[in-house]
Ligand binder design. Structure first.
Ligand code: CA
Length: 228
């Protein structure tokens, strides 16, 4: 089965070329041209990834993404026309998984899609590798792709999950920024440092305390069990 992409783009010429190239690459593309269309299509189509334009006729792409995020952890790649909009994207701690800036090459777009959807295509981990990591209060199940805090499910985006699961494999051990970026995000690109900080902030917020992931100045981050 091909990867299902939901393309949210109101510019017909951009939409046409993206649909053509992704379809040629073997992906299954559903195209909508509005924010409401995107919200409806996430429920109807159950895409593997959403490509979200920011400037839409009926609402801001960020608002559409936030609404989608309330009910779905589907990876969202923000497609922005201007680099300086990205500060806004990250500042909102939206939980977007990645972004590309227009104009982008089709190759770059495909690489981004592959990176955020790779998890779904992965084969099951070897049976010797632990499926559940974390701590007494926080249970991270890598096979079921779920996180429970004190028995309550915490809904994370795909990248937030990867990041938390990675840090939690070794509690109290400091992971270097570069190692985190390399492990959780594959490519080295200009936005990753800010993206990492935005994802850390979002995870902390969702876990209800900043103490779960502690920053070690000049080095990186560590996962720490928080007492109740
Ligand atoms: Ca637009």
């Amino acid at each position: 089965m091909g990867v299902k992409v939901l393309l949210v783009e109101d510019d017909p010429s951009i939409a046409q070329s993206v649909v053509a190239s992704l379809t040629t690459a073997g992906l299954e593309v559903t195209h909508v041209d509005s924010g409401q269309g995107a919200i409806d299509a996430v429920a109807a189509v159950q895409p593997d990834v959403v490509l979200m334009d920011l400037g839409l006729p009926d609402m801001d792409g960020l608002d559409a993404s936030k609404t989608i995020r309330e009910t779905s952890s589907v990876p969202i790649i923000i497609v922005s026309a201007r680099g300086d909009e990205l500060d806004r994207v990250l500042g909102l701690e939206l939980g977007a998984d990645d972004y590309v800036v227009k104009p982008f090459s089709q190759r770059e777009l495909l690489a981004r899609i592959r990176a955020v959807t790779r998890r779904g295509a992965d084969t099951a981990p070897a049976s010797s590798s632990p499926s559940v990591v974390g701590s007494e209060r926080l249970v991270i199940d890598e096979r079921a792709h779920t996180v429970f805090l004190d028995g309550e499910e915490v809904v994370l985006t795909a990248k937030e999950f990867d990041l938390l699961a990675y840090l939690a494999t070794e509690p109290n051990v400091v992971f270097r920024r570069n190692d985190i970026l390399e492990h959780v995000w594959d490519t080295n690109w200009f936005g990753t440092t800010k993206t990492l900080d935005a994802h850390i902030a979002s995870i902390r917020k969702k876990l209800g305390s900043p103490d779960w992931i502690q920053a070690v100045r000049g080095v990186g981050f560590k996962f720490v069990e928080v007492a109740q």
